[in-house]
Design a protein around this ligand. Sequence first.
Ligand SMILES: [Zn+2]
Length: 69
Amino acid sequence: MSVYYIGVVLVYIEIGIAILIAIFLFKKILSSSPSSAIKFEIFCKKCGYRTGGLKCPRCEDPSKKQRWR
Ligand SMILES: [Zn+2]
């Protein structure tokens, strides 16, 4: 019975470690998500041109703007 009890405890310890690792990775993903969102906003959503957070020069071009809308 004691061997079985130790085995159960080890399983619970492994589950606890796995949960801690999952929480650590989840927080790491959450902390890195804002920077990735900023990087995503740097590029134009329509054509993918790098705008650096400003308006897209390609999509905001007056001659192309009339074609887009
Ligand atoms: Zn664009």
